[in-house]
Design a protein around this ligand. Structure first.
Ligand code: SAH
Ligand code: SF4
Ligand code: F3S
Length: 499
């Protein structure tokens, strides 16, 4: 399964813009419609730059997970084509927050930032402030922003990020007379728009969406409500994108989906995730494959087998546990028991003995007793995760768990959370210590921020390593001996590549 289609290289995009005729009415089909608005905006932006005698700057801030990070790269790609330069400064002409709402504190962060922006907008009244992402899919959030944050210009959701050019043009054509907030949030979509620009954060690695949305409805989780139903991309489109990235210098891809293990089920010609991985493995020039997230209920024997024999799939698996209590897993709607999870871990370790296992755990889910919590601690002790993301349960409006009685008192949750964190850290420290002295293949990612004589890279197991080297090695895989473990990262020594 291979294709020669070049989905996203710069020349192809320029050629597409070139042949777009903006004297005609806008096309009805995507992505042609967006190329039309990008071309129109180019003229608007050019004029604005001449008028101001300086470049126009876009600041895109991303909250939340890898899905949002990838969405932001797509928006950045479109903004670049239009003629904006990227900046980290708040003194931008276009400022976008791509938001997350998985836990309450994600929302609080965004409100805090919006408050601070008021002064920025007074300084530059023509600045466009836009909000998108998961939080915007909640009607009560949009209502609150309309009422209390009148300085916001554009709000859109998770389903129409590809429309940024169209939305921005419509807003800019309005300004500065109109102070009306432009709100375009869709409840859902079945459409996947391909062949638009994107701007990768790293030249040598990238996330690749293989599917969107989630059908699992874990009872605590808001994601299915804000990201819609599960939709898989066609394998040909995924492979074309990866092949194009590889030609452009990418050596590592991270295949992204809320539950990659159910990839392909809704395609006209169903394809399993394991089959997709085998195709990605064949892409020449690609060195590493990662993926996330894997729901334990759908992790097949076929996938374990493929992982066992693959040369390119990294020795790392993120397998969210959420809780070790079978009783709570049932009320969480997770469709596996403590025993199922432990058996799965045994199978994976048998096939891939050196695999690094990471997980997500929620503390204080409604009805969690001390016994339930001890079951979680027991799984953590038995599995010995390399690392675990631990979360305090956060009540999300509209989810079944929010209506459950027996919410656990805050002080009890805090005490359990601290105990879990201490255990997780003790195990991580013990495990990282064991690797000291061993040689790992490390993908060099950047020059160390604090000490420019050092490089920073990642092992196949996703551990961070700092070691001496030269900036020109960024994007290459080099052997490094781990010398000292610092808990979350290692100090290492680079070995000659022939060794
Ligand atoms: N699709 C992925 C991740 C979704 S969100 C998966 O299924 O694993 C990432 C993590 O946030 C989840 O794994 C869960 O541990 C945590 N999370 C989700 N909703 C939460 C909530 N209401 N309170 C606390 N943590 C939550
Ligand atoms: Fe949320 Fe569950 Fe879907 Fe993950 S699988 S996104 S936790 S509903
Ligand atoms: Fe957050 Fe949306 Fe991701 S809610 S975790 S950004 S899917």
């Amino acid at each position: 399964m291979s294709t020669n289609r070049d989905v996203m290289n710069r020349e192809e995009i320029e050629a597409r813009i070139e042949k777009t005729d903006i004297t005609l009415p806008p096309p009805k089909t995507e992505p042609d419609r967006q190329y039309y608005f990008m071309k129109m905006l180019r003229t608007v932006v050019e004029e604005k730059k001449k008028e101001l005698g300086r470049p126009l700057y876009a600041n895109i801030t991303t909250f939340g997970c890898q899905m949002n990070a990838r969405d932001s790269e797509k928006i950045a790609g479109i903004m670049n084509i239009i003629g904006y330069e990227q900046t980290d400064s708040n003194e931008a002409d276009f400022l976008l927050y791509n938001t997350c709402t998985v836990r309450e504190n994600a929302n609080l962060k965004v409100y805090g930032r919006l408050g601070q922006l008021k002064r920025q907008k007074e300084k530059n009244p023509e600045m466009v402030i836009a909000l998108c992402g998961c939080m915007m899919q909640e009607p009560e959030v949009v209502e609150k922003i309309k009422k209390s944050y009148r300085n916001v210009d554009i709000i859109f959701g998770t389903h129409n990020i590809y429309k940024i050019a169209e939305l921005l043009l419509s807003k800019l054509s309005d300004r500065p007379e109109s102070k009306k907030m432009l709100v375009d949030v869709w409840e859902g979509t079945t459409e996947i728009v391909e062949e638009l620009p994107n701007e990768r954060k790293y030249s040598f690695k990238s996330g690749v969406n293989i599917m969107f949305g989630c059908n699992n409805f874990c009872s605590y989780c808001i994601v299915p409500y804000v990201r819609g139903r599960e939709r898989s991309r066609e394998p040909e489109d995924i492979l074309a994108e990866i092949e194009c990235m590889v030609r452009d210098g990418v050596v590592e891809v991270m295949l992204l989906g809320q539950n990659v293990n159910s990839y392909g089920k809704n395609l006209k010609k169903p394809v399993s995730f394991a089959e997709l991985l085998e195709c990605v493995e064949k892409v020449e020039g690609l060195s590493r494959i990662r993926f996330m997230t894997s729901h334990p209920k759908d992790l097949s024997d076929e996938l374990i087998e493929v992982m066992g024999r693959s040369e390119k799939i990294c020795r790392q698996l993120h397998l969210p546990l959420q809780s070790g209590s079978s009783r709570l897993l049932k009320t969480m709607n997770r469709h596996y028991t403590k025993e199922d999870y432990l058996l799965l871990v045994r199978k994976i370790r048998r096939a891939v003995p050196d695999i690094s296992l990471t997980t997500d755990i929620i503390v204080g889910f409604p009805g969690e007793t001390e016994e339930d919590f001890e079951e979680t601690m027991d799984v953590v002790r038995q599995v010995e995760f390399d690392s675990a993301f631990t979360f305090i349960y956060s009540k999300r409006t509209g989810t079944p768990a929010a209506a459950m009685e027996e919410q656990v008192p805050e002080a009890v949750v805090k005490e359990r959370f601290d105990r879990l964190l201490a255990l997780v850290q003790e195990i991580s420290a013990r495990k990282t210590e064991k690797e000291v002295g061993k040689v790992h293949e490390v993908l060099v990612e950047e020059v160390n921020e604090q000490d420019s004589s050092l490089l920073t890279g990642r092992t196949s197991g996703n551990y961070i390593v700092h070691f001496a080297g030269e900036a020109k090695q960024i994007g290459t895989v080099v052997p490094v001996r781990l010398e000292e473990s610092k808990g979350f990262y290692y100090m290492g020594v680079q070995l000659p590549s022939e060794v």
